[in-house]
Design a protein. Structure first.
Length: 201
């Protein structure tokens, strides 16, 4: 085979490989839809690019309450893997119906208590009370409103409601894991949502 022929064959192979790879790359970059909410495939958190691990809808009986998406630095298929990641993490939530914010805060507190042993929950009570107060101050979260819970290594847990950071970060390393237990614990708020956040939905 001549030099020119070899170059043509190599060029043809490269073009063919790219033609197969392009649809895969394009598909990977597509937003994920959950309950009519579009979750971007990546999110920039604390200067780091996180990947969408999974997204789904929280149901109460037959009603859609909110859509949630979990972002991590690398994919995780189990709750243990999620908690084991040391990098930045994000849980992004968009309301799908109006709900009393103080009631949501109480539900989150109960969810944490249901998934933690008594001693761990007792240590986190000050943070739990502060979190409940944050949501109570907003009175009402309406359909389309958002809140985000970020874990920032070296900083702590930051809660952002309607694009506004809510005070100083929660410093306790356990606090973010306790919050995640609401959705990923042994008694999650919604089993289907847990599977969806872990990329199984």
């Amino acid at each position: 085979m001549s030099f020119i022929s070899r170059r043509l064959v190599l060029h043809w192979c490269s073009t063919l490989a790219l033609s197969f790879a392009a649809p895969v790359l394009a598909q990977a970059a597509e937003p994920v839809q959950a309950g009519g909410v579009s979750f971007a495939p990546t999110a920039l958190v604390d200067g780091r690019t996180l990947m969408l691990n999974g997204a789904g809808v929280r149901y109460k009986a037959v009603f859609k309450v909110y859509a949630a998406g979990l972002y991590l630095e690398k994919k995780a298929a189990t709750a243990a893997e999620v908690l084991g990641h040391k990098g930045a993490k994000r849980l992004a939530v968009t309301m799908l119906r109006d709900i009393d914010s103080s009631e949501l805060g109480k539900l989150f507190s109960r969810g944490m208590e249901d998934n933690l042993d008594r001693s761990t929950f007792s240590r986190l009570v000050p943070g739990v009370l502060r979190m409940s107060q944050i949501f109570s101050e907003h009175k009402m979260l309406k359909a389309g409103d958002t809140f985000v819970i970020d874990w920032l290594p070296g900083t702590g847990t930051l809660i952002t409601v309607k694009d506004k950071p809510q005070g100083a970060p929660f410093r306790e390393p356990e606090f973010f894991d306790a919050l995640l237990s609401i959705w990923l614990g042994n008694q999650p708020a919604d089993w289907q949502l847990k599977d969806a956040l872990l990329g199984k939905g």
